[in-house]
Design a protein around this ligand. Structure first.
Ligand code: ATP
Ligand code: MG
Length: 203
């Protein structure tokens, strides 16, 4: 806490599975923006490509819980799972705002790949009023500011860049590696790796 201000990071994702780049991004944002905590919010519904193997909602939630337990500043919020249906960021932030009250400073953390879709998010202008958007680097992506002026006011005020060490890893690549019997050691926390093995996920 800084005086009366409570600064809360919100890290949404499908987390199928959660991996070390998610954790690194959240921790760097926490330190650089002096956040009091970061909430990991597993999405309820995700777009799925045909032919892949995916974890259930319960399994994704369990893996996120395992991943964050060793960090006292991290916790899991089930607002998207409780609400159900497609998980729109505006609803996620709305529910977290209700929980923490009008005084809370909310920081919605996204990777650069996710930011480029901002113009297509539901009510981007309202979202940008309700929280600050924090963008972390992701290998292969850069910010194109030109698309944002049309959808939110003062994009450079509302969207904050946090540079963090980048890792070219994704849940998609982790699922592919598990399916083909390759190691995911150091891609995910040990407890998550053990959970994937025990529950025979992504085969
Ligand atoms: P998938 O391959 O299934 O899409 P993912 O690795 O992109 O998985 P998500 O759950 O889609 O993970 O992402 C949740 C959030 O984390 C998004 O904001 C995304 O941009 C960010 N993110 C994911 N991987 C990275 C990474 N390697 N570096 C920076 N940000 C990342
Ligand atoms: Mg993704």
């Amino acid at each position: 806490m800084n005086g009366n201000r409570t600064a809360i990071g919100v890290m949404g994702g499908t987390f199928d599975p959660v991996h070390n780049a998610h954790l690194m991004a959240a921790e760097e944002a926490r330190i650089k923006l002096r956040l009091d905590k970061v909430l990991f919010v597993p999405a309820h519904t995700q777009w799925r490509k045909a032919g892949g193997s995916y974890a259930s909602v319960a399994e994704r939630l369990e893996m996120v819980k395992l991943a964050v337990t060793s960090n006292p500043y991290f916790s899991v919020s089930t607002v998207d799972l409780v609400r159900g249906g497609p998980s729109y960021s505006i609803d996620t932030i709305g529910d977290i705002r209700t929980e923490y009250g009008p005084q809370a400073d909310l920081f919605f953390i996204v990777g650069m790949d996710a930011l480029k879709d901002l113009p297509y998010w539901r009510e981007p202008a309202k979202l940008a009023q309700q929280c600050k958007i924090v963008v972390v680097d992701r290998p292969g992506y850069t910010i194109d500011w030109s698309g944002f002026d049309a959808v939110i006011d003062e994009p450079k005020e509302r969207i904050k860049l946090v540079h963090c060490p980048t890792m070219d890893i994704s849940s998609t690549e982790i699922r592919r590696r598990v399916a083909s019997g390759e190691s995911i050691r150091y891609w995910v926390p040990e407890a998550v790796q053990a959970y994937i093995e025990e529950h025979d996920l992504y085969k």
